[in-house]
Design a protein. Structure first.
Length: 430
């Protein structure tokens, strides 16, 4: 089954028609902000759950596994839903599903059930998947094709603003109390240990209830807002193969691998930041302090994306992608081989060079697909499952050889991104 093109038989507004699309872009940017905020909070709840449920690194990474598996499972059904019921209804539905996922944190905390938390994260991510399947290609085609990478990078910059603020929010409302170590918990009586774990689990209840309320308000606002209808990006060319499929386009398939690798690498680095910065040889920070530094990682991505809106217009986006990938590979080598301030600075700088990767890979992979753009978008969003698999692999490696050395897993992902920017992006039908 493939995601159908996001289209309407009676498009009221053509894309790339020279009209001013500022207002719909602003409305869509609020969505990018919201799902960035929710996604980045995973980096905060991972160390929190690790302490509360006494987990190893691999089991703690099930948070990302549950969240990003939703992209793989729900991307193609989301494409069908948007095509069947319309773009705006798809957005509203996605927001309400995400709100339900946030609300389920309340009973999960009351029952102190890690499995229920994972289920709530899957539902939350399913709603976000529906938003992403529609919003990314919509922004990409809402204007001139020549500036698609720059335009998507601009909206992604506001996504990064959210990921910069989320760790600060999480540090204040979730990690505000220093977690006890496993040895300290063992020293407590059975009753006191259970009460402590329940209180720590409940620290996520009200923050996520507040987020659920914000999502519902945003859903109501989007339901009342008038958006241009997204038509197919191009009709089939005369004599074109009507049985053509996005899967036959090599640069799209390789781009899906690129999205898998990039998201996997980015999420793996973010997921381990708090624990990495807590290492005595790096910074020896407490969880709440380390969570504040996570903002620098995502803040770098925000700054880089605003810069990228200019650089991607001036230089070849594929070459920009390759050079950014090389910079990250170098920084990961430093992260693994250094200590103290150098180790801390190198890992945080990765965010700056991550900045343009997702939107650039996304638009390079969708180039020249025409009416297959919707199907291609569904395939690319499925590949976001890299955020589930790569951190889990790095978690097993971290349990075996330590957090610092485990970063080579993320490094291999960025090596592929370099290759895609250098050669793999070139369109060619398989």
């Amino acid at each position: 089954m493939a995601a159908a093109p996001i289209a309407s038989s009676s498009a009221s507004t053509a894309v790339g028609d020279g009209k001013n699309h500022t207002v719909p872009l602003v409305a869509l940017t609020t969505l990018f902000f919201m799902w960035g905020f929710l996604t980045c909070l995973n980096d905060i709840i991972i160390p929190h759950f690790k302490a509360v449920f006494d987990l190893g690194y691999a089991r703690a990474m099930l948070v990302q596994m549950a969240f990003f598996t939703a992209y793989f499972v729900m991307s193609l059904p989301s494409g069908w839903l948007v095509n069947r019921f319309g773009y705006k209804r798809g957005i509203v539905t996605g927001l309400l599903v995400a709100a339900l996922g946030c609300a389920l944190f309340y009973p999960a905390a009351s029952l102190r059930s890690y499995n229920m938390f994972l289920g709530a994260l899957f539902i939350l991510a399913s709603g976000i998947t529906l938003l992403q399947v529609a919003a990314n290609p919509y922004v990409a085609v809402l204007g001139s094709p020549a500036t698609a990478s720059s335009r998507l990078t601009m909206t992604q910059a506001f996504n990064s603003l959210a990921t910069t603020l989320a760790p600060i929010f999480g540090a204040k409302y979730i990690l505000s109390h220093a977690a006890k170590s496993a040895d300290e918990i063992k020293a407590l009586s059975a009753e006191a240990a259970e009460a402590y774990r329940l209180a720590e689990a409940q620290a996520v209840q009200y923050p996520y209830l507040g987020l659920a309320a914000a999502l519902i308000v945003l859903a109501i606002a989007m339901a009342l807002f008038r958006l241009p209808i997204l038509a197919e990006t191009a009709p089939p060319a005369a004599g074109a193969d009507r049985n053509d499929s996005a899967w036959r386009h090599r640069h799209l398939v390789l781009g899906a691998v690129g999205i898998f690798a990039y998201v996997g690498g980015e999420v793996a680095v973010g997921s381990f930041l708090v624990n990495y910065l807590a290492e005595p040889s790096v910074a020896g920070l407490g969880e709440a302090q380390a969570a504040n530094y996570v903002s620098y990682y995502w803040g770098g991505a925000m700054v880089g994306r605003f810069i990228g809106t200019i650089t991607l217009r001036k230089w070849n986006p594929a070459k920009v992608l390759a050079w950014h990938g090389l910079a990250v590979v170098g920084l990961i080598v430093l992260t693994m081989s250094s200590t103290g301030t150098v180790a801390m600075g190198s890992v945080l700088l990765i965010g700056l060079f991550n900045s343009v990767m997702f939107p650039t890979i996304f638009t390079l992979a969708l180039s020249r697909l025409g009416s297959l753009t919707g199907q291609g978008s569904g395939i690319l969003c499925m590949a976001i499952v890299g955020g589930a698999i790569v951190p889990l692999i790095q978690g097993f490696v971290a349990d075996a050889i330590g957090v610092q050395k485990s970063f080579f897993v993320a490094g291999l992902c960025y090596v592929y991104v370099v290759w895609y920017g250098w050669r793999g992006h070139r369109p060619r039908t398989a």
